[in-house]
Design a protein around this ligand. Structure first.
Ligand code: GLY
Length: 386
C-alpha cells in the first residue's frame, strides 16, 4: 500500500513538474518575443511608414500604398492580446492611426490585409468606434473593385491582364463579412460568396493546388489565362498561395457554414500536408526541382499554422493531423532555426521568408506578415491549450 502511495505521489509530482516546465518555456518564449518586438518598435518608429522587411542591414519601409502596411500594428495588437501589457496597446494604436488614409484607397484589393489586421484588430480589442469607421470605409472602398460580370473583386491594376484575380485575394473577404455583420447590409457578404465561388471554380487544379493568377475577360467573365506571378512557373504550386487559399476557404466556412468551403479547405490541406518537409516549414514553391536545396518561406508556414488551428476546430476527417501539423509548424518556428535572436534580424521575430522569388525581391529575409500570422497562430494555440 505504502509502495502504491509512493508511486502515485511520484507520478503526480512528475506531472506537475512537466506542466511547470511547459509553462516556463511558454512564458520565456513570450518574454523573448516581447523583447524582440520592443526592439523592432524602437528601431522602426516613423510618423507615416512601417517596416516591411529587413535586408543587408536596411529596412524596406511601407506607406499606406503598400499591401503590408497593416501588419506591424496588427502584430502589436496581438502582442497586447497575448501579454495584456498596456505598452502594446499604446504602441499598436500609434502604429494603427498613422495608416488612417488607407481607407479611401480604391486602387488596391489588399484593403482587407491593410485595414482589418490593423484597425480591425484595434476595434475588436478596444471597442473604440474611431477604428470601426475606418474599417467600414475601407470595406466600401474595396467593393468598388467588384465586377458583376466576372463575379470577383479585381486584384491588380498593373500588368497585361484585363481583369486579374489572385488567390491571395481570398484573404480580403474576412473584412467584408465583418462589414455585413456590423451594418446588417448583406451586400458585402454577397460579394464574398460570389468571389469565393468563382475562385473555387477557376483557381484550383485536379490535385487541389492552385494557380496564383487567373485573368478574366471583363466583357463576359470568361477565363483568359491561368498563370503565376510569384511562383516558379504557371503550373507550379507557389507556397504562400497555397496557404492563402487554405486560410481563405477556412474563413469562408466559418462565415457561411456552407460545407462546400470546408470540403475545399480540407482538400487544399490534403494537397499541402503530404508535401511539407520534415519540419513542416514549406518551401517557397512546392514544385521547385531544387528542393531540398532551396528556400523555405516562413511566412507561408505561419499562415498555414494559423489556418490549420482553425480548420481542425471544425468537423473534418483529419482534424488530428491538422492539429499535429499546426503544432509542429509552431515548434519549428519557435526554434533557433527560424526565430531570430534578440536584437538581430532588425527586430523582426522570424527569419527566412520569401516575398517575390521571380523578381529576386525579399528572398530569405524577415517580412512583417510572417510575424503577424506567427503571433496569430501562437494565440490560437494558447487558446486551445486553455
Ligand atoms: N499578397 C502578396 C503576397 O502574398 O506576396
Amino acid at each position: 500500500m505504502r509502495h502504491k502511495i509512493f508511486l502515485l505521489g511520484l507520478l503526480v509530482s512528475m506531472l506537475s513538474c512537466s506542466n511547470k516546465i511547459e509553462k516556463k518555456v511558454d512564458t520565456t518564449l513570450l518574454q523573448d518575443l516581447d523583447a524582440q518586438l520592443t526592439f523592432f518598435a524602437d528601431k522602426t518608429s516613423n510618423p507615416t511608414e512601417v517596416a516591411r522587411s529587413f535586408e543587408n542591414g536596411k529596412y524596406r519601409m511601407a506607406s499606406i500604398k503598400d499591401w503590408t502596411c497593416g501588419f506591424p500594428s496588427g502584430t502589436m495588437w496581438y502582442m497586447y492580446e497575448l501579454t495584456g501589457d498596456e505598452k502594446w496597446r499604446t504602441n499598436a494604436a500609434d502604429n494603427t492611426l498613422k495608416l488612417d488614409g488607407l481607407q479611401y484607397r480604391t486602387n488596391s484589393h489588399d484593403l482587407g490585409f491593410m485595414a482589418f489586421c490593423s484597425f480591425g484588430n484595434a476595434y475588436r480589442l478596444t471597442g473604440d468606434e474611431k477604428y470601426k469607421e475606418v474599417v467600414l470605409q475601407a470595406s466600401e472602398s474595396l467593393i468598388t473593385r467588384f465586377d458583376e460580370k466576372v463575379g470577383c473583386i479585381r486584384s491588380w491594376d498593373h500588368g497585361d491582364w484585363d481583369f486579374p484575380v489572385i488567390i491571395d485575394n481570398m484573404m480580403n473577404l474576412e473584412m467584408l463579412f465583418w462589414a455585413s455583420k456590423v451594418t446588417g447590409d448583406q451586400k458585402y457578404k454577397k460579394i464574398c460568396i460570389s468571389h469565393a465561388d468563382v475562385t473555387m471554380e477557376n483557381h484550383f487544379r485536379d490535385d487541389m493546388s492552385s494557380w496564383h493568377v487567373v485573368g478574366y475577360n471583363p466583357e463576359n467573365g470568361s477565363v483568359e489565362v491561368k498563370q503565376t506571378h510569384q511562383g516558379l512557373k504557371d503550373d507550379s504550386a507557389w507556397g504562400r498561395g497555397q496557404a492563402w487559399g487554405l486560410y481563405g476557404y477556412t474563413v469562408m466556412f466559418r462565415e457561411t457554414g456552407d460545407i462546400k468551403y470546408l470540403d475545399l479547405a480540407s482538400k487544399i490541406a490534403e494537397f499541402m500536408l503530404p508535401n511539407l518537409p520534415k519540419d513542416k516549414v514549406s518551401y517557397w514553391d512546392y514544385n521547385d526541382p531544387k528542393i531540398p536545396d532551396t528556400y523555405r518561406d516562413v511566412s507561408a508556414a505561419a499562415i498555414t499554422a494559423s489556418a490549420l488551428f482553425e480548420l481542425q476546430s471544425y468537423n473534418v476527417d483529419n482534424k488530428k493531423v491538422y492539429l499535429k501539423t499546426a503544432n509542429e509548424i509552431l515548434a519549428s518556428l519557435n526554434s533557433d532555426k527560424y526565430r531570430a535572436k534578440q536584437g538581430e534580424n532588425g527586430g523582426f521575430l522570424l527569419m527566412h521568408s520569401v516575398g517575390n522569388m521571380p523578381k529576386d525581391s525579399e528572398v530569405d529575409v524577415p517580412i512583417n506578415y510572417a510575424d503577424y500570422y506567427y503571433l496569430e497562430a501562437l494565440k490560437r494555440q494558447r487558446k486551445l491549450l486553455k
